[in-house]
Design a protein around this ligand. Structure first.
Ligand SMILES: NC(=O)c1ccc[n+]([C@@H]2O[C@H](COP(=O)([O-])OP(=O)(O)OC[C@H]3O[C@@H](n4cnc5c(N)ncnc54)[C@H](OP(=O)(O)O)[C@@H]3O)[C@@H](O)[C@H]2O)c1
Length: 269
């Protein structure tokens, strides 16, 4: 893509996006401008990726066709209001700040501005993110496609209506935490069975990744995949029985219901 990409803020998540788009060849480093308040950090990014180091957020805003706001949620609106007058009419602003709605962004940027709200998750840091992309009505099909392709450069991304944002928080944004707990618990049990701890983490994590890959790549229902592992009278159905008895699936559902409700509550405060 020929478009000029700007980053205001480029910490953990900004850098994951930056690396993804460069590594995939979608954007050449010379078309990327970055500003963060610490000149040494911008300089380090310039040295590592050969991007352009900007001297101010306004400079990034002036040049960008697509502008990423990749700062913490508590300063996102302030930062956006400071650069708003420097933006071009057609610039697409992409906010990755958790919890900030399209309407709140539009109140600061103007209701005539193309805005995308995106929510990546932490596996983006290892090129396996899941990102929801929610454009406002002014964003064109081409802009949406550009944004989805950028987020797919370090994982997977899909367009999602904003009404589903709390489900996104539950099923991908917050979800790595519960998955890590599952891996930890599996490893603890393997350690109980005598396996060294580091080896137990590898076995548990690889099994989780492989199982997820089967769901994504075979298109077979997860319940059917589970059934295929359970031989009659065997070890696996024994574990499944205990998980059911302990309310495993119900615990996950109830936890996510609370997570989604909390997300909704926070979005109103
Ligand atoms: N990390 C995640 O897993 C994750 C997942 C989903 C969404 N998000 C969202 O991503 C956003 C960024 O999170 P992060 O984890 O990448 O944070 P981070 O690592 O702390 O990075 C924040 C960046 O903002 C810069 N910054 C601070 N004050 C600024 C200002 N006044 N003007 C311009 N830039 C400023 C920082 O620059 P200096 O280092 O120079 O101070 C840094 O580059 C957040 O809104 C968060 O909600 C993160």
């Amino acid at each position: 893509m020929d478009k000029k990409i700007g980053f205001i803020g480029c910490g953990n998540m900004g850098q994951a996006i930056l690396e993804g788009m460069i590594a995939s060849g979608q954007v050449v480093p010379g078309n990327i401008w970055v500003y963060t308040p610490s000149p040494d950090k911008v300089e380090a990014l310039r040295e590592k990726f050969a991007i352009n180091a900007a001297e101010s957020a306004q400079q990034v805003a002036q040049v960008a066709d697509i502008l990423f706001g990749a700062v913490k949620p508590n300063i996102m609106l302030k930062v956006m209001s400071e650069v708003n007058s420097s933006l071009n009419k057609d610039t697409v602003v992409i906010s990755i700040a958790a919890g900030i709605t399209l309407e709140t962004l539009a109140k600061v940027l103007g209701h005539d501005r193309k805005i995308i709200r995106a929510m990546p998750n932490t596996p983006a840091l290892v090129n396996a993110g899941m990102t929801s992309v929610t454009p406002n009505s002014l964003v064109t099909a081409e802009d949406i496609s550009d944004a989805v392709n950028i987020f797919r450069s370090f994982g997977y991304a899909e367009v999602v209506n904003e009404s589903l944002i709390h489900s996104v928080v539950g099923v991908s944004g917050s979800a790595p935490a519960y998955v890590f707990m599952f891996i930890e618990a599996m490893a603890d049990a393997a350690v109980l069975g005598g396996m060294p701890r580091q080896q137990a983490y590898r076995f548990a994590a690889q099994t989780l990744m492989g199982s997820a890959k089967m769901v994504l790549e075979t298109d077979v229902h997860p319940g059917e995949l589970k059934d295929k592992v359970c031989s009659p009278g065997g070890t696996t159905i024994e574990a499944v029985r205990v998980l059911e008895e302990k309310g495993f699936r119900s615990a996950v559902i109830e936890a996510m219901v609370k997570c989604m409700a909390k997300s909704e509550l926070l979005s109103k405060s």
